[in-house]
Design a protein around this ligand. Structure first.
Ligand SMILES: Nc1ncnc2c1ncn2[C@@H]1O[C@H](COP(=O)(O)OP(=O)(O)OP(=O)(O)O)[C@@H](O)[C@H]1O
Ligand SMILES: [Mg+2]
Length: 323
C-alpha cells in the first residue's frame, strides 16, 4: 500500500474520484452515522457514491442505511471466494449509493497481509464512483492506520469527551508515526521509529517533529523528504455530538494543539450537532438525511460535505452566526 495519498489530496478542489477514509481514536464517536450521512449528502448533489464497511471486525453499515444484512461482503473478496469487488457491490434503497458490506467471518480477514490490503485498495480504486467512503474500525490498529493513510482524504471524528479527545490525539500521532515507518525503508531508521512509538522511549521523542529530527540526524535525505511530506499532509477533523458552543470550539483548540505540540497541520472541516433524531431514525431503520433533512444534524452534514469536497474549513465567526 502506498501511503502517500494523504498529501496528494491537497491539490484539488472538488476533485472527482476521491477515496475518503473516516476513522476515530475511540469507538462510538459516530463514524458510521457521519459516513453514511455524508454519503447521502453527496448523492443529493448528484454524485455516484460507494460506501465501504471497512470496520473489519465489527461491520454494521447496512444497519445505518436501514438495510438487512447483506449476504455478499468484503470477506468474499478478501478470501478469494469472488474474483471481483464488483461482485460484492450491492444497491441500496438510495439511487446513486452502493454498498460494500463489511466482513462477517472476520477470522480470515481481520488481519489481512500488506499485499491483501494493497490489492483491496487497487480493486476499490478500479470501481466506478465519484466518491468512495471507507468507514474504518475505531482505534489505532495497523490496518486502520494503513487505510487511513492510503485514502485521498483522511477524516477523523471526535466527540467532546475527554477520553475521545485523548484517543484522537493518540490516533493522529499513530497515523504520522506509521507513515514515517513506511517511508523509513532502512532497517536502522525503522528501528528508530519503532523505538519512538513506545511512549516511554529513552530518546525523549514525543511529537512528530521530534521523530523527524531523530530520523534527519540519522539520514538527512529521509529527514528532508519527511519534512516536505508532512508539511503537505493534513487530517480533517469533524466534531460530532455537539451540544454547546464550547463543544464546537473544541475543533479550533485541537487544531492549534496539534500544530503546536506535534508540528503538523490539521483542518477543522466541520461539526455535527447532537440531536435525538439520530437515534429516532436509527430505531426506525431510517436515515436522518432522508427522514429529517431540515434537522440540525442533516444541515451540519451538508455543510461538512461541501467543506470536505472543496477543502474548506469552518471559521469561528461563521459558526457562531450560523447557529
Ligand atoms: N450527532 C449525533 N446526535 C445524536 N446521536 C448520535 C450522533 N452521532 C452519533 N450518535 C449516536 O451515537 C451512537 C454511535 O454512533 P455510530 O455507531 O455511528 O458510532 P461509530 O463511531 O461508528 O461506532 P463504532 O466505533 O462502534 O463503529 C449511535 O447510537 C448513534 O445513534
Ligand atoms: Mg461504526
Amino acid at each position: 500500500m502506498k501511503p502517500l495519498h494523504l498529501s496528494e489530496a491537497q491539490t484539488g478542489d472538488d476533485r472527482q474520484r476521491e477515496i475518503w477514509a473516516i476513522g476515530s481514536g475511540k469507538g462510538g464517536t459516530g463514524k458510521s452515522f457521519v459516513t453514511t450521512s455524508v454519503a447521502l449528502s453527496l448523492v443529493k448533489l448528484g454524485k455516484k457514491v460507494i460506501l465501504v464497511d471497512a470496520d473489519l471486525g465489527c461491520a454494521n453499515l447496512h444497519t445505518c442505511l436501514g438495510m438487512h444484512p447483506v449476504s455478499q461482503s468484503l470477506s468474499d473478496f478478501m478470501s478469494g471466494r469472488v474474483a471481483s469487488l464488483a461482485d460484492v457491490l450491492v444497491p441500496t434503497p438510495y439511487p446513486g449509493l452502493k454498498l460494500i458490506s463489511g466482513a462477517h467471518d472476520m477470522l480470515d480477514i481481520a488481519n489481512p497481509t500488506h499485499s491483501r490490503k494493497s490489492a483491496l485498495m487497487k480493486a476499490l480504486d478500479e470501481l466506478e464512483f465519484d466518491y468512495l467512503l471507507l468507514d474504518l474500525g475505531a482505534g489505532t490498529a495497523f490496518n486502520t492506520l494503513d487505510f487511513f493513510l492510503a485514502a485521498h482524504k483522511a477524516i477523523l471524528v471526535v466527540v467532546p469527551e475527554p477520553t475521545a479527545i485523548e484517543n484522537a490525539y493518540r490516533f493522529i500521532k499513530s497515523v504520522y508515526f506509521r507513515y514515517m515507518r513506511a517511508v523509513s525503508k532502512e532497517l536502522k531508521l525503522r528501528q528508530l521509529v519503532e523505538e519512538a512509538m513506545d511512549p516511554k522511549n529513552q530518546r525523549g521523542v514525543h511529537s512528530v517533529h521530534d521523530l523527524i529530527e531523530v530520523l534527519a540526524a540519522a539520514d538527512p535525505a529521509v529527514g528532508r523528504r519527511l519534512r516536505e511530506d508532512i508539511n503537505a499532509m493534513r487530517v480533517r477533523l469533524v466534531v460530532n455530538q455537539v451540544r454547546t458552543v464550547d463543544d464546537l470550539t473544541l475543533g479550533f483548540a485541537m487544531r492549534s494543539s496539534v500544530e503546536k505540540y506535534f508540528g503538523i497541520r490539521m483542518d477543522y472541516s466541520g461539526y455535527v450537532e447532537y440531536d435525538d433524531v439520530v437515534w429516532k431514525a436509527a430505531r426506525a431503520h431510517q436515515t436522518v438525511m432522508h427522514e429529517y433533512p431540515y434537522s440540525s444534524p442533516a444541515r451540519c452534514v451538508d455543510r461538512l460535505t461541501r467543506n470536505l469536497m472543496t477543502n474548506q474549513q469552518i471559521e469561528l465567526e461563521s459558526v457562531v452566526t450560523n447557529r
